[in-house]
Design a protein around this ligand. Structure first.
Ligand code: SF4
Ligand code: F3S
Length: 107
């Protein structure tokens, strides 16, 4: 099992999560972060850090978000590690909870 970043991270990208991860398993894309499932040790620390509640244990990912399980594994192989918080996008607040954000994912 691993933890999984889901749709609500897209265009929010607060990066509070990366600061607490003891094994540096977050990887950064242009408007989304993913967790490398081979590195995550399920410590759960990142879950509470995300201001938009985008992170779930793999076994609790909502059914309509299930594609993000494989997407985290796939994109973690392509994107660089991020372990230091960076400023969120200026318009992050307006994207919280917006439906259909998966179509806006930039790879
Ligand atoms: Fe990192 Fe722990 Fe979150 Fe896994 S559960 S991504 S190890 S902070
Ligand atoms: Fe995304 Fe939440 Fe981390 S918005 S970058 S999962 S703190």
């Amino acid at each position: 099992m691993a933890h999984v970043v889901t749709e609500n991270c897209i265009n929010c990208k607060h990066t509070d999560c990366v600061e607490v991860c003891p094994v540096d398993c977050f990887h950064e894309g242009p408007n989304f972060l993913v967790i490398d499932p081979d590195e995550c040790i399920d410590c759960t620390l990142c879950v509470e850090e995300c201001p938009v509640d985008a992170i779930y244990p793999e076994g609790e990912v909502p059914a309509e978000q299930s594609l993000f399980v494989l997407l985290n594994a796939e994109l973690a192989r392509q994107w660089p590690v991020i372990s230091v918080k960076i400023p969120a996008p200026d318009d992050a607040a307006q994207w919280d909870g917006k439906p259909g954000k998966r179509d806006l994912l930039i790879r």
